[in-house]
Structures are given as structure tokens and as C-alpha cells.
Design a protein around this ligand. Structure first.
Ligand SMILES: *[C@@H]1O[C@H](CO)[C@@H](O)[C@H](O)[C@H]1NC(C)=O
Ligand SMILES: *[C@@H]1O[C@H](CO)[C@@H](O)[C@H](O)[C@H]1NC(C)=O
Ligand SMILES: *[C@@H]1O[C@H](CO)[C@@H](O)[C@H](O)[C@H]1NC(C)=O
Ligand SMILES: *[C@@H]1O[C@H](CO)[C@@H](O)[C@H](O)[C@H]1NC(C)=O
Ligand SMILES: *[C@@H]1O[C@H](CO)[C@@H](O)[C@H](O)[C@H]1NC(C)=O
Ligand SMILES: *[C@@H]1O[C@H](CO)[C@@H](O)[C@H](O)[C@H]1NC(C)=O
Ligand SMILES: CC(=O)N[C@H]1CO[C@H](CO)[C@@H](O)[C@@H]1O
Ligand SMILES: [Ca+2]
Ligand SMILES: [Ca+2]
Length: 605
């Protein structure tokens, strides 16, 4: 797919990198998720590590990233690839040492990059000292996990206390002879749930946060938050009727195992810990796949933001322009006043962006995540358009895949989105000097890799780099948002400022070429300059003035700038008159959302 990038944006002044003194540094940041096993291997053992990450931080700076978060790097038997932690305050040798971590933080900070680490509070590994002591009934650890006796059956043995199902399939309870009791695990049996009704657990986990804050981290991404607390009556959950298989996670309605009120109290306690660090603002973001109201509640319970997974859960290859419009307005209109929105394009649990949406439509999604108000979240590899990698049953590592069995692993395994980062076209895509890597490298690495893509203006990376740079402009940092459905297939939005110019993004999400009139945004004689478009066609003009009609091919996208005092059009613009066609407009802090009747009508179809 051919693309054009026009850098006639001389007056597009960029904001400086994250400012230590700015307490709001995170509100419009570009956040990048690093999956450490797969980012860069420094010692040739085929597994990524901390020294590897440190050596590649320039890639983040060049990609206009402000902060990165590391998936777990703690000691772990790796039953769930680091989400089963056996020591919350140390580094797994496969990733390096504590010195390597300290060096990573120092080098990152020197490059004005913020460091966010993963905090996995719901459970520990069964190999954690606390669990080992709990097994032996040693005070105070005896009560650190959720132990239940089970129910006596007619044939004299104990059945699990209730019908709760583990996320990975099978009962959420496992029997231990040592305790003559069952323990709860909402994930794998090797991931026993911590008991947040025990004050010792609450304190210990707050101390884990302090440990890493004292190492200089800038915040936390908190894993699996809705699962933290359970209803202590331990009643059966009602059945969904969606499957008759009691081992299937969809078997029950999660009314006692997720979204419990106690969970929000725990989150508030963590915020208190962050606020002890008054010198700089430390942030926490929570991973919560929950419904809208339960998700938004995290904003008022101490989280800086809950992840917005709309781009993962609400839309796909077949979604219409109005589906995308709905997901944007769903977040913007439900978010409590004054908060920062965020847009997550992918993560290590889901198929890759390009695989989910197709290479062309993926660009529209990336454009939205980078140019909508607030925070963008990019999973490593998506900036170069990496695709899911097919993994054989023999090579499968993910427990969710292994548990599903040979017949069904392909639909359950998360390995395809976790393969090594493709840096260049050398051995193992430049990820490792070893030709054998923990998961195989995608066969497309000869063409899909950072080095090659840097030299190609049509590449996914060139596109990402250009749009992520635009995100840094005062327009995208501060601009008011207006979304408009130009017709059933074409979604557009504007980020407008009174003094710094405006950005207009247009996306044809349909299968046919569409002609649209952009003067609905701006019917003045002001000139718009094309910033980026794909595919290249004369029907997308490089400049637009009074009559702003363009023909946009299927899956085409275009970004225009109207630049006050731009040297592109060589004249001073009149002050932008706020000539919106708005009927309703919601104001959220700095962000003003305007939707017109036409948008509303289509949205309600
Ligand atoms: C479990 O059984 C033990 C001994 O049979 C008893 O002391 C304890 O109270 C029971 N625990 C619960 C939670 O019912
Ligand atoms: C669980 O049940 C759902 C239907 O509710 C089905 O789509 C899914 O494939 C099942 N998962 C497994 C691992 O059997
Ligand atoms: C906070 O700043 C003060 C004064 O600049 C300094 O003395 C103190 O060590 C800092 N505390 C932390 C936790 O960085
Ligand atoms: C959202 O989830 C909560 C808790 O799981 C539930 O009580 C509530 O009814 C749900 N809201 C909607 C609109 O489904
Ligand atoms: C957004 O719109 C409001 C109301 O029209 C205006 O006061 C504000 O200055 C605008 N924001 C920017 C960054 O221009
Ligand atoms: C833009 O202005 C022209 C000339 O005043 C007018 O004919 C046209 O209808 C306007 N377009 C929109 C979308 O308002
Ligand atoms: C996106 C993400 O980090 N998901 C994790 C949620 O928590 C479970 C259990 O810790 C992990 O298996 C997932 O990878
Ligand atoms: Ca290594
Ligand atoms: Ca729990």
C-alpha cells in the first residue's frame, strides 16, 4: 500500500519530552508496552532481557514514546510467563539482575522516558515463600491465601466449595493434602489468589509498591484488577446457559468473583501509597475487562486510568464507521469529568492489530489511538505492523493454549502475538544472536522489520512515526475533539485549537471509494495541508481550500492540518471562528466533544 507523508509542517511546534516537573506528564502520553521475553536478547540465550531493552531505548525515543511499561520481570516459574510471581521484589535471572534494572531506569530517565512496571496483585506463584508457609499453616501466612474446606460428599471426600471456574478452564479450587483444604485460584492452579481480607496481605502488597517506587519507577500497570476480591460467602455463581461444560470459564456469571466492592477499596489504598511520593507524580493504570460502569468506577477509586479496551473488544474487521464512532463516544461520554481518556490498540493477550483488522484498516485504528484525546497505548511490534505468527502445537508455550489441547490450542493460545520483535533482516530478525528463540520468529521478518521499514515511506513504521510525531504537537495535546460520521462508511474527527491550528483525520472504513465534503468542519477559506495519506492518489489533494471535497479509496485515510501562520500556505490565518455544527457538546476538562445531529442519527441506527 502506497502512502504519502507530507512534512510541510514547519510551524508545527513540538512539545518537549516528558518534563520531570510536570505533574500531568501522563495525561497525553504515548505509552509503549514491552513484552520483555520478546523485545531484545542481549546474551544469545534466545530469550529477551533487561540489558536488551536498555540497548534499544533509542527506538522508543525515535518513535515519540513518553513512557514504557514492562510486562513482569520478577522471579517466576513461568507457568504463566511471569504472571506467576515467586518473589515480588526481585528480578528473574532470565531477565538479568537488579543492577540491570537500575541501569535500565537510569538510562531511560536520562532519555526522558518514564518507566512503568507491572504489578500483579491478585495472586502469587505457588512457589512463593508465602504460599509455602501457608501450606504449612505457619502464622501469619496461614491466612494469606483463600482456603476453604470444601463440601463433604456422600462417598466421603470433599468436593470443591462451589462451582467457580478458573479463567484458564477447570475448577477455580485445588485441594492440598497438607492443609486438608482447597485454595482459590482464579487463573492457573500455580497462581493461588491472595486473600485481601487479611490486613497482612494488604500491607505486604503496599510495601511491594514502595519497594519499586524507591527504585525510581514512575508508576504501575496493575494486572487483572477485577479479580482481586471475592464474595466471602463462597456461594455458587448462577449459570449462563452458554455452555454445559462446567470447566469452561463462560459456564457461570461472575457475580461473586469479579468487580467486588472490596476491590475498589484496595485500589484506593494503592493510590494512597503513590501519593506518599509527593515530589513527582507516580501513576497507576488498571487492567480491567469490565462493563462500562464498573470500568469507569476505577477513575474515581484512585486509578489514574483504567485501560480502554474498546479497540480490542468492541470492533473488528467488519465493524462499520458508526461502530468506531460509538466506541469513541462511549468512552468520552462515560468518563467522569476531568479525566484522561486512553486508547489501547493491542496487548500480549490478543491477536495482533494487523491480524485483527487487516493491514489497511489497522492504520485507521493506529491513527485513532494516536490522535484521539489522551493516552495512546502501543504493544511492541505493532508500530511496525507485525502479524500473528503461526505456532505449532509442539512449540506452544502459553498455558491457555496448552490447556485447550492439541485440537483447540490455536483458538486459545496467546503465543502468536508474543513472538520476537523484528529489528532487521539478519538471524532471528536481529532479536537474538541465537537462531533458536523461545518462540519462533515470524517468517515475514525479511520484509516486516524496523530497519527495512525505516527506509520505506510507505511502511507501517513510517506511518506510525509520522502520526506519533503529530501526537506531540500542541494541537493533539490540547485540541478539542469533534467526531463526525460523514456517511455510513467514512468517519472523521477534528482536533481543533483556537490558537495553534487544527488536525483533521478522515478514514474510509468501507469497501468502496467514497466522496466526502470536509467543509462540514471548516467552511472558511482557510487552507488545509495534507500531512499523511494512504493510498497515494490524486483524489486526495495536497491542499484544500474553500471547497473541501475529496475522494477517499476503500480503507484510505487522510490527515490534514490547518496551520495558523503556517509557512506551508505562506499567509497568516484569521483566528479560527468556532463555527461548529454542533447540537450537543460535552466538556471534559480540556477536551470538548462536539457531535452533530447527523452523527447522532447514524450512531443510533
Ligand atoms: C475447616 O475445617 C476445620 C477442621 O475440620 C475447622 O476447624 C474450620 O473451622 C473449617 N473452616 C471453615 C472455613 O469452615
Ligand atoms: C467455552 O464455551 C464457549 C461458548 O460459551 C465456546 O465458544 C468456547 O470455545 C469454549 N471454550 C473451550 C476452551 O472449550
Ligand atoms: C523530595 O524532594 C526533597 C527536596 O528536594 C528531597 O530532599 C527528597 O529527598 C525528595 N524525596 C524523594 C522521595 O525523592
Ligand atoms: C456492570 O457490572 C456490574 C457488576 O458486575 C453489574 O452489577 C451491573 O449490572 C452491570 N451493568 C450493566 C449495565 O450491565
Ligand atoms: C476548546 O473549546 C473551548 C470552547 O469553545 C475553548 O474555550 C477552548 O479554548 C478550546 N481549546 C483550545 C485548546 O483551543
Ligand atoms: C459552505 O459555504 C458555502 C458558501 O457560503 C455554502 O454554499 C455551503 O453550503 C457551505 N457548506 C456547509 C457544509 O456548510
Ligand atoms: C493483558 C494482561 O496482562 N493479561 C494478564 C492478566 O492476568 C493474567 C493472570 O495474571 C495473565 O495471564 C494475563 O496475561
Ligand atoms: Ca537473554
Ligand atoms: Ca482474587
Amino acid at each position: 500500500m502506497k502512502a504519502v507523508i507530507v512534512f510541510c509542517v514547519i510551524s508545527l511546534s513540538m512539545v518537549a519530552g516528558s518534563d520531570q516537573g510536570n505533574r500531568d506528564w501522563w495525561r497525553t502520553m504515548s505509552l509503549y508496552q514491552i513484552y520483555p521475553r520478546s523485545f531484545k536478547d542481549s546474551d544469545g540465550d534466545g530469550v529477551g532481557d533487561l540489558a536488551g531493552i536498555t540497548s534499544k531505548l533509542d527506538h522508543l525515543s525515535e518513535s515519540n514514546v513518553d513512557a514504557f511499561w514492562l510486562s513482569p520481570i520478577y522471579p517466576s516459574p513461568m507457568v504463566d510467563f511471569g504472571y506467576d510471581i515467586s518473589d515480588f521484589e526481585s528480578i528473574d535471572p532470565v531477565f538479568g539482575t537488579m543492577e540491570d534494572f537500575e541501569k535500565l531506569v537510569a538510562v531511560a530517565h536520562a532519555k526522558s522516558l518514564k518507566v512503568i512496571v507491572d504489578f500483579v496483585p491478585n495472586h502469587s506463584s505457588d512457589k512463593h515463600e508465602w504460599f509455602q508457609k501457608s501450606l504449612q499453616n505457619i502464622e501469619p501466612y496461614n491466612d494469606f491465601y483463600v482456603w476453604q474446606n470444601g463440601t463433604m460428599t456422600e462417598n466421603g471426600y470433599f468436593a470443591p466449595p462451589n462451582n467457580w471456574v478458573s479463567v484458564f478452564g477447570g475448577p477455580a479450587w485445588t485441594w492440598r493434602d497438607e492443609r486438608q483444604a482447597y485454595y482459590l485460584h482464579q487463573f492457573a492452579p500455580e497462581q493461588p489468589d491472595l486473600n485481601y481480607n487479611n490486613e497482612g496481605v494488604v500491607q505486604e502488597m503496599q510495601n511491594v509498591l514502595r519497594f519499586w517506587l524507591n527504585k525510581g519507577v514512575d508508576g504501575f500497570r496493575i494486572d487483572a484488577v477485577p479479580f482481586i476480591s471475592e464474595d466471602v460467602r463462597y456461594l455458587d455463581e448462577p449459570l449462563t446457559g452458554r455452555t454445559s461444560d462446567p470447566k469452561n470459564y463462560t459456564y457461570t456469571q461472575k457475580i461473586y468473583t469479579t468487580d467486588q466492592p472490596r476491590t475498589y477499596e484496595i485500589v484506593q489504598g494503592w493510590r494512597g501509597v503513590l501519593d506518599e511520593y509527593t515530589n513527582s507524580s507516580k501513576i497507576m493504570m488498571v487492567e480491567a475487562y469490565a462493563n462500562t460502569s464498573m470500568t469507569m468506577k476505577y477513575y474515581v477509586s484512585g486509578a489514574h486510568f483504567p485501560f480502554n479496551f474498546g479497540m480490542i473488544t468492541d470492533v473488528n474487521q467488519d465493524s462499520t464507521a458508526s461502530d468506531f464512532n460509538n466506541l469513541i463516544s462511549k468512552w468520552m461520554s462515560n468518563m467522569p469529568h476531568g479525566n484522561a481518556a486512553n486508547w489501547v490498540a493491542g496487548n500480549h493477550d490478543k491477536s495482533r492489530l494487523v491480524t485483527r483488522f487487516g493491514a489497511e484498516r489497522a492504520r485507521a485504528v493506529t491513527l485513532m489511538t494516536l490522535l484521539l484525546p489522551g493516552i495512546s497505548v502501543t504493544y511492541n511490534g505493532e508500530e511496525i505492523g507485525m502479524k500473528d505468527t503461526w505456532i505449532s502445537w509442539e512449540d506452544t508455550k502459553d498455558p491457555q493454549g496448552c490447556n485447550a489441547g492439541k485440537e483447540r490450542y490455536e483458538t486459545n493460545s496467546r503465543d502468536p502475538a508474543r513472538t520476537p520483535f523484528q529489528w532487521d533482516n539478519t538471524v532471528s530478525a536481529g532479536f537474538s544472536t541465537s537462531s533458536k528463540t523461545w518462540l519462533p520468529v515470524n517468517g515475514n521478518y525479511k520484509t516486516v522489520n524496523l530497519a527495512t521499514e525505516k527506509g520505506d515511506p510507505n511502511s507501517y513504521y513510517s506511518f506510525y512515526e509520522a502520526v506519533s510525531k503529530l501526537k506531540k504537537s500542541p494541537i493533539v495535546q490540547n485540541g478539542n475533539l469533534t467526531t463526525k460520521l460523514l456517511n455510513e462508511n467514512v468517519l472523521s474527527f477534528a482536533r481543533e485549537t483556537l490558537n495553534d491550528g487544527s488536525v483533521y483525520a478522515i478514514m474510509n472504513l468501507g469497501k468502496e471509494e467514497e466522496t466526502v465534503d470536509l467543509s462540514v468542519f471548516d467552511n472558511l477559506s482557510r487552507q488545509w495541508n495534507l500531512y499523511y495519506a494512504t493510498p497515494v492518489t490524486d483524489s486526495i489533494p495536497k491542499t484544500l481550500a474553500m471547497y473541501k471535497k475529496i475522494k477517499l479509496p476503500s480503507s484510505g485515510i487522510a490527515i490534514y492540518l490547518s496551520n495558523k501562520g503556517s509557512s506551508c500556505d505562506g499567509r497568516k490565518d484569521e483566528t479560527i471562528v468556532s463555527e461548529s455544527h454542533s447540537v450537543i457538546s460535552y466538556t471534559f476538562g480540556k477536551v470538548n466533544i462536539v457531535r452533530d445531529e447527523w452523527t447522532k442519527k447514524l450512531a443510533n441506527v
